[in-house]
Design a protein around this ligand. Sequence first.
Ligand code: ATP
Ligand code: MG
Length: 397
Amino acid sequence: MKRYFVCYYHEIILKGKNRPFFEKRLSQNVQKALQGLPYSSIRRISGRILVKLRADSPLEQIGARLQKVFGLVYCCPAWRSVQDMEVLQEDLWKLVSPRKFETFKIDSRRANKKYPLSSQQMNELLGEVVRTRSGQTVRLKGPELTCYVDIVEDYAFLYFRKLKGVNGLPVSCSGKVVVLMSGGIDSPVAAFKVLKRGCRAIFVHFHSLPHTTPESLDKVRQLVSVLTDYQYRSKIYMVPFAELQRQVVAFTPAETRVILYRRLMMRLAEEIAHREGAHALVTGESIGQVASQTLENLRVISDATQLPILRPLIGEDKEEIVAVARRIGTFPISILPHEDCCSLFVPRHPETRAKLDGIQRIESRLEINPMVQEALKQMETETIEFQGHMEQEGISR
Ligand code: ATP
Ligand code: MG
């Protein structure tokens, strides 16, 4: 019997005229996720993507990669049989007989509605063979072995394991966003959340070289590399921020600095978004988490850009954010020691209730536009290629 992965996706979002676009993107993403691994072909069929395997295809590795493709609900390592009931019964038995179990059930479904048997009839005909030959009992709730049968086009696929996918929408089907990426815990999780909704992320990191170490850039590269498992190639803008900070420190009171830094970051990120054709900015902010993230301050920060700022973590507490960071594998990188550009020169008592007119008055002491233009001139871009990390906790098993 030929080996396959049968991958399933949500059908609800497929209704309507976007369906072909969505499906095409999903199968392109499956192809990118499997790059470098041996397999035979990828084919789209009704509500499913079929990955045909070769004798040398590494099942576990392919499964782990598919489990990170946004848009997939399940991926199942399967055998291809035929629809003729007698042959199907024999094939199923071949696969079941070496397995150890005392209770089982058959779980059949049909994509091909022209198939003459109902799912219930198939369950009965196949279950009867397994029951009489194995001598074991059928249990519909919580059996030790579930034999899944899926009638698709001219075939019947058999499998025993459903690997949980990450759900969401295929990356790139929702357009581009610019993610403001520090080396902390929050922004990588915020990036993960928008990738999950089908966005393609362009990363921007503001660094204070030479006041901070080159390792802080490496940390950002490593974080982006983990996230690149979900979008297959990433671009990072490394923007020098030390000179802007120097001017802020020279001309403005200590309490408002973090807000001024954030507003400068928003202006720079907006420019990058225009160059990239991105529709929104993304941050890891959450209400009240730190002094710069009170509602008043968030409002003043948002005012610095015309673009919407998406804050996917706005209502999450640190524990919830850390749980996701651990699951996706960014946490151990995020907690490596580093100096963020904004941890330099931070005041002991930062402003928590900034007022827009007050901040604008202070900003008028700065030559904002030339500062922004100079930083844009000096920024550098890097590309991070897909690596297919295997070590993430929880996703691959
Ligand atoms: P994080 O864990 O993401 O660093 P945080 O709780 O430490 O978040 P802040 O440092 O106040 O919060 O930053 C709020 C948000 O501003 C970050 O989530 C990130 O989106 C953005 N940001 C902060 N510093 C930088 C930076 N150096 N480069 C790019 N974006 C940054
Ligand atoms: Mg931070």
